[in-house]
Design a protein around this ligand. Structure first.
Ligand SMILES: [Zn+2]
Length: 159
């Protein structure tokens, strides 16, 4: 693969990893507190204040807020930016290794996220099954988008 499609798809992987990492943190919290996985508002677990979109940018929001809630000042666990950051790294690294076999790359995403959810579930089996179902649909949608992007970028590069 030449530099052009490789860089575009690498950046795409980084962005998708950021989105999935952010949703993973949200899903982890909601599964363990029995909250709705999609429709629940993003709130501070300490003060219950609804978070703005600008408070939810992976890693960047935590850094800008210096690890504290904008509304109550309580500390926000460092595990959030660490989890989001690991997704931001995992996706592009997987892409760099497996970019010639997109199906393997997509399967790795799915296994990584599902295994993460199972490890972080503390006995909330019903919520976990819902979480895995939602993540499966989410992955199928992202996989379809990724394959369209991959095909478009490879086609435009004449590969
Ligand atoms: Zn708060």
């Amino acid at each position: 693969m030449t530099a052009y499609p490789f860089c575009v798809l690498l950046i795409g992987s980084f962005l998708i990893g950021s989105v999935i990492g952010a949703y993973f943190c949200t899903a982890d919290y909601r599964i363990n507190t029995d909250k709705a996985l999609i429709t629940a508002k993003c709130i501070c677990p300490e003060c219950g204040h609804t978070l703005l979109l600008t408070d939810q940018i992976p890693v960047i929001s935590w850094l800008l807020l210096k690890g504290r809630c904008r509304y109550c000042g309580n500390p926000i666990s460092v595990r959030y930016p660490l989890t989001e950051g690991s997704f931001m790294l995992f996706y592009p690294v997987c892409f760099a290794i497996f970019h010639n076999t997109p199906w393997l790359y997509l399967l790795l995403w799915y296994v990584f996220v599902t295994a993460g959810l199972i490890l972080k579930c503390h006995g909330h089996i019903r919520s976990l099954i819902k979480g895995i179902s939602i993540m499966t649909v989410f992955h199928l949608a992202i996989s379809a988008l990724y394959l369209v992007l991959d095909t478009a970028v490879r086609y435009s590069a004449g590969l």
